[in-house]
Each structure stands twice: as structure tokens, then as C-alpha cells.
Design a protein around this ligand. Structure first.
Ligand SMILES: [Zn+2]
Length: 286
């Protein structure tokens, strides 16, 4: 699943290709988007801005429409120069926005809707900017209250809840717990307020480091001895624990564990020595 940093970079790239330019063509395989387009043609309008909110991508048109899309597991937006060959088959196309220079193509986008500002404000699934770790509007104090309110939920599951902190996906979840020395199976209520605040601060720091101009598409939380300049073939080479079950912890050498966690059965990785349970209990894992 794309994490907040991926959506942020996608929004930045789409913004560069689309913002300020009149749309010359708009197509979609979603009937409700085409119905909207029949009533209010998107072609002729200008893209005013593109923004990321958590895992949602928002494209603002000058006519007042706001196209929201969520990429879930497999969706992605590509940008092509006019006439350039698509990298994915046409059958996966869901939305195309064209201008004189570029084609933005949403492939396998599973969720998309055309909102007005009012309907967007009412849509509780789309994160508000104050909850988004990557936005300047992010309010860490309010986020701390939301996180600590999650009580007996596990830290890992609470981190994934997009209404608590928008932007953390499954890779960052394990990495954030490791960096803070927190066992991912601890309950939120077992954290001190300082621990919870530090968790939010490092979530923000790790996500932000992954949206810098020179950061690639790969999530990097661990850089080893020096900054990596070539693309690693194995994504877990740039991570502390995610994807590294059975391998030695980069800090202490203990074997990294893996376990399925939470109602959504998401995989979690951790080091039992660096991230002990407070009561010394052992959490089973492979
Ligand atoms: Zn360790």
C-alpha cells in the first residue's frame, strides 16, 4: 500500500504537470465521474492545485470540482508527455487528465469521487490537514490527544488509524515502533505521554525525510554507515526491521521477528531485545 510519503510525492509530481494549465481532455471509466463531466465539463477548466491528505490525493479544478482519489494497494498515477507510451496496459486506466503538454493517468485507482468543497468537508474518510503528518498544518498536540485516547488498542494498530495520524502505512508502522524502542503490541495506554509524543515526533520526522526532493521512491529509515546513492535491489536494506524477519537486528544482533497483527491482519516486524514488553512478557513471533 502506498504510504503518505508516496502520495505526497505523487501530488507534487502531478502538481508540476497539471497546475496552472488548462485541461484539454478528461476521461474516466468511473460512470459517476463521466456524469459529472457531462454536466460540468472538466476540459477547459484549469487545475488550481494538487494536494495530498494522508493517503488521499486531491485535484482542485477551477470550476469548483475537487477530484479525490485513494490508491489503496495497487493504484498509481503516472505522468506522460503527450504521445509517450504508457507503462501499464490501457485496461488498467481509470482516469486521464490531459493538457497541452502532459497526460496524467490514474491506473487501477479503486476509489475516486468528484467533490465540492462542502461535500469534501463532510467526507470523514478524507483526512483533514491538521491530522496529516506531512502538512505544515499538522497539529502535534491534537494528534497526541487522539493517539492517547486509543486506550487499549495496540500501538501498531493505532499508528495505522488514518483518523489519528494521517500518512502512516504498514512499513512506517514497524519502523516508527523500532526507532522509539516500543514493542508494537504494547497498548497505547501503557505509554507515558512523553513516549506517545516522541512516537508522533518520529513518525513526522521519518515521513518528512522520505518526501525530500532527493528522496527516491523507496522508503528509507536506515542509512547504514553512509547515505545510499544507488538504488538497493532489496527494499528492506534501507529499513530497520520491516521485511527483515529472521535477520539480525541492526542495533543489537537479536533475530528480528514477524507476526500478523490487528483486525486488518497486517504484518508487523520488531526486535524483541530493542523493543521489549514493559512487563518482560514475550510476544510470539516467527
Ligand atoms: Zn535489537
Amino acid at each position: 500500500m502506498p504510504e503518505g510519503d508516496t502520495i505526497f510525492r505523487t501530488a507534487r509530481n502531478l502538481g508540476r504537470a497539471l497546475v496552472g494549465r488548462p485541461v484539454t481532455a478528461f476521461r474516466s471509466t468511473f460512470p459517476w465521474l463521466m456524469r459529472f463531466n457531462d454536466d460540468t465539463p472538466v476540459a477547459g477548466q484549469t487545475v488550481e492545485s494538487v494536494e495530498a491528505r494522508g493517503k488521499w490525493l486531491l485535484i482542485y479544478f477551477s470550476g469548483g470540482g475537487i477530484l479525490t482519489s485513494h490508491l489503496l494497494m495497487n493504484g498509481r498515477w503516472h505522468i506522460y508527455r503527450r504521445g509517450e507510451r504508457w507503462q501499464l496496459a490501457r485496461i488498467h486506466m481509470r482516469i486521464v487528465i490531459e493538457n497541452e503538454e502532459y497526460q496524467a493517468v490514474g491506473f487501477r485507482v479503486p476509489v475516486a469521487r468528484m467533490h465540492t468543497q462542502q461535500s469534501l468537508d463532510r467526507d470523514l474518510r478524507v483526512a483533514v490537514p491538521e491530522n496529516d503528518l506531512l502538512r505544515v498544518e499538522f497539529n502535534a498536540v491534537a494528534a497526541l490527544d487522539r493517539l492517547t485516547a486509543r486506550g487499549d488498542e495496540s500501538v501498531a494498530d493505532a499508528l495505522l488509524d488514518q483518523s489519528t495520524l494521517a500518512g502512516v502505512g504498514n512499513v512506517f508502522k514497524s519502523e516508527i515502533c523500532f526507532v522509539n524502542g516500543l514493542n508494537p503490541f504494547r497498548t497505547v495506554e501503557s505509554l507515558t505521554r512523553d513516549e506517545a509524543a516522541a512516537t508522533i515526533a518520529s513518525a513526522q520526522k521519518l515521513l518528512r525525510a522520505n518526501v525530500l526532493e532527493d528522496s527516491g521512491d523507496m522508503i528509507v529509515t536506515y542509512r547504514g554507515q553512509q547515505r545510499r546513492t544507488t538504488r538497493a535491489s532489496n527494499p528492506s536494506e534501507s529499513l530497520w526491521v520491516y521485511g527483515r524477519a529472521g535477520e539480525p537486528c541492526r542495533r543489537c544482533g537479536e533475530t528480528i521477528r514477524r507476526r500478523i497483527q490487528g483486525a486488518d491482519a497486517r504484518v508487523t516486524f520488531w526486535c524483541p531485545r530493542c523493543q521489549p514488553m514493559p512487563n518482560g512478557a514475550d510476544v510470539e513471533g516467527t
